[in-house]
Structures are given as structure tokens and as C-alpha cells.
Design a protein around this ligand. Structure first.
Ligand SMILES: [Cu+2]
Length: 201
């Protein structure tokens, strides 16, 4: 008898959870999962006596600076990508189309450096300190963050940029800067290219 009561109570709890608990209500869709990918580009990284200083991407992970040779991101996640570029130099693009922002939410990148935006001819200071850009003038590009999943973010010199993007297919992909920004940096994983691993959440 007690066992019957226990089983009945248990079953009603399970059924009740589905009927009453709003978490099981299809109309209450869960908010999108969010994540962050923060990267720093510096220009004065000593390589050797022959090649001297080279530019490189680094990843900030839990407050630590790490190599960009293997970047891990979660699939099906609204990823806030922040790129802080300390490099003052511009570099020629390898492919002209890479001046356009692609693969981000709204195909825009938010530029947080007003002086550079003004210098490029935009001419207006945003009261929020940011501009949504769909491209960067080819002559004003320092590096790009480009993946073979279709993401392309051109980066101004001495700038901070933020973009939002989703990676929706798990697997191993490649990222690279698509500028001619130094033969050693362009040839070495963790400097101007590397892997990007999309893992399930
Ligand atoms: Cu580069």
C-alpha cells in the first residue's frame, strides 16, 4: 500500500513537472546561450634575429593570455568576439573582398575607436562610442580575423572591435589573417593563423 502511494506521488510529481513547470512550456523558449572570444593583436613580438618583430594574435582565456594556434568556441552560441588591436600599422589585403564584414550578426562589426573612425572619413562621433561598420576601407586595414566557415572581420589599426557571431557546425576549421602582414607571422600557427575548433555545448 505504501509502495503504491509512493509510486503514485512520484508519478504525479513527474507529470506535474511537465504540466505545471514553465520550463517545460514550449512557449517559454530558453534564452540563447552566450559566450565570449576575446583576442589581442600585438605587433612587437620578437621572432629571431633574421625576422625581427612580427605581429600576432593572442586569445584571452579566463584572464590569461594564450596562444591563438587553437581557438575553441561553442556551437549554437551567440559569441561576442572582441578584438583589441595594438598594432598601429596597416597592411595590404590579399583578397579585396576581405574589406567587407561577413558572417557576423547583421554582417557588421562595432568599432569602438572614434578617432580612427573619424580619420577614415565617417566624420561623426557616436555618443555611445561605437559605430556599426559593414566594411573597413582597404587602405585602413591592419589585419583581418577570417575563418573558413565564412566569418570575416577586417580590423582597423589601434582599435577595439566587437562583433557577434554563431558557429553552428561542430568540427575543426581554420582562421587566418588575410593581410600581407609579415612572412613569418603569416607562416606560423599562433601568429597570423591557426585552428578553430567548434565544440558542442
Ligand atoms: Cu595580419
Amino acid at each position: 500500500m505504501i509502495a503504491v502511494i509512493v509510486v503514485t506521488v512520484f508519478l504525479s510529481m513527474i507529470i506535474g513537472a511537465y504540466v505545471v513547470n514553465p520550463l517545460y512550456n514550449a512557449q517559454n523558449a530558453p534564452p540563447p546561450k552566450t559566450g565570449a572570444l576575446t583576442m589581442i593583436i600585438t605587433s612587437d613580438n620578437w621572432y629571431n634575429n633574421t625576422s625581427g618583430y612580427q605581429a600576432a594574435f593572442f586569445v584571452v582565456e579566463n584572464g590569461h593570455i594564450e596562444s591563438s594556434s587553437m581557438i575553441t568556441v561553442a556551437a549554437h552560441t551567440l559569441l561576442e568576439i572582441t578584438i583589441i588591436n595594438y598594432d598601429k600599422a596597416t597592411d595590404p589585403l590579399l583578397v579585396n573582398n576581405d574589406a567587407n564584414v561577413t558572417g557576423t550578426v547583421g554582417d557588421v562589426v562595432y568599432e569602438y575607436n572614434n578617432s580612427l573612425v573619424n580619420a577614415s572619413g565617417a566624420g561623426v562621433i557616436s555618443p555611445r562610442g561605437e559605430f556599426a561598420l559593414t566594411s573597413v576601407p582597404a587602405s585602413k586595414i591592419s589585419h583581418t580575423f577570417t575563418t573558413n566557415t565564412g566569418l570575416n572581420i577586417p580590423i582597423y589599426p589601434s582599435s577595439t572591435e566587437v562583433a557577434y557571431a554563431y558557429f553552428n557546425t561542430t568540427g575543426l576549421y581554420t582562421w587566418a589573417c588575410m593581410c600581407d602582414c609579415g612572412p613569418v607571422a603569416m607562416d606560423h600557427s599562433g601568429w597570423m593563423f591557426g585552428d578553430i575548433q567548434v565544440v558542442s555545448q
